[in-house]
Structures are given as structure tokens and as C-alpha cells.
Design a protein around this ligand. Structure first.
Ligand SMILES: Nc1ncnc2c1ncn2[C@@H]1O[C@H](COP(=O)(O)OP(=O)(O)O)[C@@H](O)[C@H]1O
Ligand SMILES: [Mg+2]
Length: 311
């Protein structure tokens, strides 16, 4: 039964999957609350899609336990499959069918009663009215993705798993999409969303960062940043590329990365870092100690996990 007695929409631990003897998801646990927008970040190949497929019952986990929508994540995979909305990484439509016809097709697959009504409600909810006769193949990236969202909402799921929904979509369409997500979350829907965009990560209530199949950090943006205990300097000045190359191999400098016209220099040991940059803290460079951003922290975590794997 769908008990939901612990009030978490997703509550799993130790989820693990091996492919060809390699652990691509390695004991990942996740708790997601109702109405939350939870971000799932990490480099390509880190196991995000595999984890999502295990959550929604499409892939059998090797290890792990817990619940999704109150159902046992291992035993009740059929039930879970029917009750989550899953937007796959490279979603596709019938390009020769209109928006309305595509949605009707999806509604048919789910065996939805009052199909016509459900489809027209969904068109309205996602702001697709006026375009419903347009062929899916002729839609721009932003509208395609809105259609995809409508399609995975058609059976009225409480949880949406969106796998890189905004990859390759222009900034304006991405903003519109996120507004839609926030509106749906306010109506009580829960989201787990993978993304590579930092601005999107910052729009999530909480997030997890994974690399090499392991969960390296999770929490609110502020918690993730604080937990890294990273010291970051921002540098302004001429020929920062030359400075980058010089700094990269100094003790205490974990990374030196260009951010627009600035260089961010970060390390976990504030004193060692300060000693290494001391000779460069003069004209023409201008140094400012800043609060690290998410991207600084992710680069740092990534570097650390590579070290762990090397040793
Ligand atoms: N069905 C599969 N068979 C073998 N290897 C797979 C399969 N699915 C994914 N992988 C591998 O597992 C790793 C994690 O992939 P994936 O979960 O797609 O990562 P992400 O979504 O974070 O990019 C990758 O190295 C990928 O090649
Ligand atoms: Mg993926």
C-alpha cells in the first residue's frame, strides 16, 4: 500500500548498481520531501540516469532499500512506474503528430479515462493552448520541452523525475521552464531534476552532487558550499592565463579557474593557499577573498574524488 507514513516522497539508502563489474552507482542515499525541488548534479557518466532508473522501477538495483511515493523501491517497482512522471534525457515525440495528438497518444498508453478532457486540461495547464494543432516536429526547443513536461504529467503523478530537461535549450526558455516547475511545486508536486547548469542548481530547494557513482555533498546551496570548507580568492588583472599556469602547481592551490574576466583560486587549506599566492598579491593584480560559489565547490569536490580514486 501507498502508506507514505514517513512523509518523504523519496527515502532510499545504499542504492547500488554495477555494470560489467564496475560500480556506477555506489551506495547512494537520498531523502526528498513533498513539494521539494531537488537538484541532482554531477559530471557526465557519474550515475545520475542509472540512479533515476532504479528509483522509478525501470532498472533493478543490485543493492539498496527504501521507498518511493511510499512504495518499496525494490518490490513495488510496477506500482512506482505507474505513479511517477519520468522525462528521459533525450525525450522524443511523434514529430508528425500535433501537440494534442501526442498528448492523446500518451493518455491512451496510460489507459486514462475521459481522455479528451484530461488532454485539454493538460494543454491549458502548460500554456500550450493556441499551439495544440502545431506539429511536434516543428516546435522550438522550449516548446518541445513544455510538451514533454505535459506528456509526463498526463497521468497526474505526484513525483516527477526530469533527466536533463533543459539540455540544449536557450536561456529564456530555461527560465520559463523553471517558472513552470516552481508553480507545479507550489501545487504540491515533487521534483528530482538533473542539470549541468549552475543557475538551475541555485533554483533548487536542495541538491546532491555525485561523481563516480558516489554522493559527495548534499543539502541546500548554502549547506553544500559551507560543508566544502573552501577558501576562494577572486583575481582581477592582465594576462590571467599566465597567472593560472603559474599558480596551478603551487602547494595549497587546488584549482585556478577563469570565471568571466576573473580568476578564481581555491584551496582547502586557507593558510597554505595564502602563502602560495603571497608573491602575486601586488600590482597589476587585484585580489579579493570571496564566498565560493557552487561551481567552485563542485570543481573542488570533483578534484578530491579523483584523488581518492587515484590512491
Ligand atoms: N545499460 C548499461 N550498460 C553498461 N553500462 C552502462 C549502462 N548504463 C549506463 N552505463 C554506464 O554507467 C555509467 C553511468 O552512466 P549514467 O547513469 O548514464 O551517468 P549520468 O547520467 O550521470 O551521465 C557510465 O559510465 C555509463 O557508460
Ligand atoms: Mg544521464
Amino acid at each position: 500500500m501507498n502508506a507514505m507514513n514517513n512523509h518523504l516522497v523519496i527515502d532510499v539508502k545504499d542504492m547500488t548498481k554495477q555494470f560489467g563489474g564496475r560500480r556506477v552507482v555506489d551506495h547512494i542515499g537520498l531523502q526528498v520531501r513533498p513539494g521539494e525541488i531537488y537538484g541532482f548534479l554531477g559530471p557526465n557518466g557519474s550515475g545520475k540516469t542509472t540512479f533515476i532508473r532504479m528509483l522509478c522501477g525501470l532498472l533493478k538495483a543490485d543493492e539498496g532499500s527504501g521507498t518511493c511515493l511510499g512504495y518499496d523501491v525494490i518490490r513495488d517497482s510496477e506500482e512506482i512506474k505507474l505513479q511517477v512522471g519520468y522525462m528521459t534525457q533525450r525525450f522524443s515525440f511523434w514529430e508528425d503528430l500535433s501537440i494534442a495528438e501526442n498528448l492523446d497518444f500518451v493518455a491512451r498508453m496510460y489507459g486514462i479515462k475521459k481522455r479528451r478532457e484530461v488532454v485539454s486540461q493538460s494543454i491549458e495547464r502548460l500554456g500550450l493552448t493556441g499551439r495544440q494543432r502545431q506539429l511536434a516536429g516543428q516546435l522550438s526547443g522550449g516548446w518541445k520541452q513544455r510538451l514533454a513536461l505535459a506528456a509526463c504529467l498526463i497521468h497526474n503523478p505526484k513525483l516527477l523525475l526530469l533527466d536533463e530537461p533543459t539540455a540544449g535549450v536557450d536561456p529564456k526558455a530555461r527560465r520559463d521552464f523553471w517558472e513552470q516547475i516552481h508553480q507545479l511545486a507550489a501545487e504540491g508536486l515533487t521534483f528530482l531534476i538533473t542539470t549541468h547548469y549552475m543557475d538551475e542548481a541555485e533554483r533548487c530547494d536542495r541538491l546532491a552532487y555525485i561523481a563516480y557513482g558516489r554522493l559527495l555533498a548534499n543539502g541546500t546551496v548554502a549547506e553544500v558550499i559551507d560543508s566544502a570548507h573552501l577558501t576562494t580568492w577572486s583575481v582581477k588583472g592582465p594576462d590571467l592565463q599566465k597567472l593560472t599556469l603559474e599558480l596551478r602547481h603551487k602547494p595549497g592551490v587546488q584549482h585556478a579557474v577563469a570565471f568571466g574576466s576573473m580568476l578564481h583560486v581555491s584551496g582547502g587549506d586557507a593558510d597554505e593557499l595564502e602563502r602560495s599566492i603571497a608573491p602575486y598579491r601586488k600590482s597589476p593584480y587585484e585580489w579579493t577573498l570571496i564566498r565560493p560559489g557552487l561551481e567552485d565547490v563542485f570543481i573542488h569536490l570533483m578534484g578530491q574524488s579523483q584523488d581518492n580514486f587515484a590512491s
